[in-house]
Design a protein around this ligand. Sequence first.
Ligand code: 5GP
Ligand code: MG
Length: 184
Amino acid sequence: MEQNTGKILLSEEDILQRVKMLGQQISNDYRDKEITIVCVLKGAVVFVADLLRSIDVPTDLDFVQISSYGNGTKSTGVAKVLQGLTTNIQGRHVLVVDDIVDSGLTLRCLRDSLLTKCPASLKLCVLLDKVGHRTQDVKIDYVGFEIPNKFVVGYGLDYAGQYRGLRHIAILGGGNPSHSVDVE
Ligand code: 5GP
Ligand code: MG
């Protein structure tokens, strides 16, 4: 079924090609190590499924769910861990995988929380980076694509629970809708 989501920003082919490259880069960087991948629910699920299959070093997979509160276009400075890890990451090489970084609030809070659990290393990976929109000091180690400050959907990213199943990434509608969806 055709869904009316607006302009296609990244095609399925663009995405899969870039994800494969990221997987190769990560595999090279973690050669002879094991990675604990921490997937941020729900938006990163599709990305992590493809990324995981492009990585050729041993990986373990866990999930966290974060609630971030926005007033439409800006975060308020609060992000809460709703569902935490089920594995012990002490001494592990942790790679956090999220769909998109915008203000950086979600990933800064998650990074700070995970660091208290004493991993051997901690790196952050996102598919999309709204690079001009950062308010938080957070270093992203792996970025799939830098994108403009538009609200995007598809390939796991939703608007009000919709569009996650699109194979491409599109700019939603014409404007910049309030993303009042608390849990991504
Ligand atoms: P932050 O501002 O904390 O970096 O981003 C908060 C969360 O808002 C992201 O993890 C993502 O779930 C959501 N978000 C930010 N920009 C977009 C967007 O363009 N589309 C969608 N679907 N979610 C977004
Ligand atoms: Mg998210």
